[in-house]
Write a protein that binds this ligand. Structure first.
Ligand SMILES: [Zn+2]
Length: 109
């Protein structure tokens, strides 16, 4: 039996942890911690939980802080990929056009 839950029967002085005294069936009791101090179970405070990504995003929105560089890098990489795709389409179209222009067999003029 732990000291935190130990109860002293006020009628027969039995120590128990039930709602009724197991000896005299009395429901008059008091906790032993009233006289015996119990040290705090947790010696050290619980470590603070790591902030979640959502919480960080809300905090940035509220305080107007810039995004972390990791997100910026990803955005730049996506923009670069898009630009490379557009340039590739442009060059590919030009190459196809120049090859059709240089074809001597299909002279429509
Ligand atoms: Zn009792």
């Amino acid at each position: 039996m732990q000291l935190r839950v130990a109860r002293l029967c006020l009628d027969c002085e039995e120590v128990h942890d039930d709602y009724q005294c197991p000896v005299c069936a009395s429901d008059q009791f008091t906790y032993l911690t009233r006289w015996v101090p119990v040290p705090e179970r947790r010696q050290r405070p619980r470590p603070a939980p790591a902030p979640s990504k959502e919480l960080e995003a809300y905090r940035r929105l509220i305080h107007g802080e810039p995004e972390p560089p990791k997100g910026r890098f990803l955005a730049r990489a996506l923009v670069g990929l898009g630009a490379a795709g557009v340039v590739g389409l442009f060059l590919g179209g030009r190459r196809a056009r120049s090859s059709s222009d240089g074809d001597p067999g299909s002279g429509d003029e």
